[in-house]
Design a protein around this ligand. Structure first.
Ligand code: 5GP
Length: 203
């Protein structure tokens, strides 16, 4: 079977708890996670190079110009993008890489690399999402409203995703995600090299 790692994109409404799910997957099962570049200001407790690579608008635009990003998107008022080098290195080394990115970027990556799996994490209800965003206490009410308005728009695009996972109970969600990610290895699009090899074996 193919020894290459897979790339899985995890998106979800802001406040869906996908960051926590991804952190647990990394901690428990050793998935590699891509660290994005952003022009957003760091939140309290966020660490350069771990949470994000924090950039000025000019620095970010230079990265776009140098073709250093697999994808980038504007979310609310900031740029967010995925540095290319780390992801490609990890996949070649057999690691599974998780990209926690929003929808526009996810769909752009899928267009370039159709074998990438798109997973959408959602809370069970819109009311639960609003409550989580308020309880998180990291954003002003104005930003929360913008994020909820964005979530409403994003509902229309959920159907573009390959898998939808409901995050009601964290423990359950992490285990479901791990099983899902392991199963994705067997998809025909991730076994192209193997299929080609065994076909040649018969020549
Ligand atoms: P936050 O400001 O809450 O950290 O992130 C806002 C949104 O940007 C989230 O939906 C997050 O998944 C997304 N995001 C983070 N990094 C990237 C990236 O590299 N590319 C894209 N397209 N979205 C990203």
């Amino acid at each position: 079977m193919s020894k290459k790692g897979i790339i899985a994109i995890i998106s979800g409404f802001s406040g869906a708890g996908k960051g926590t799910v991804v952190a647990e997957l990394v901690k428990r099962y050793g998935y590699a996670v891509s660290v994005s570049a952003t022009t957003r200001a760091p939140r309290e407790g966020e660490v350069e190079g771990i949470s994000y690579f924090f950039k000025t608008k000019e620095e970010f635009e230079q990265m776009i110009h140098n073709d250093e990003l697999i994808e980038y998107a504007q979310y609310i008022d900031n740029y967010y993008g995925t540095p290319k080098e780390y992801v490609l290195e990890q996949v070649a080394a057999g690691k599974d890489v998780l990209l926690e990115i929003e929808m526009q970027g996810a769909l752009k990556v899928k267009e370039k690399f159709p074998e990438v799996s798109l997973i959408f994490v959602t809370p069970p209800s819109a009311a639960g999402l609003r409550e989580r965003l308020i309880n998180r206490g990291t954003e002003s009410m104005e930003v929360i409203d913008k994020r909820l308005a964005r979530a409403k728009e994003e509902c229309a695009y959920m159907k573009e995703y390959d898998y939808i996972v409901v995050n009601d109970d964290l423990e359950e969600c992490v285990e479901q995600m791990h099983h899902l990610l392991q199963s994705i290895h067997f998809s025909k699009s991730n076994q192209k090299d193997f299929m080609e090899k065994i076909r040649k074996d018969f020549d």
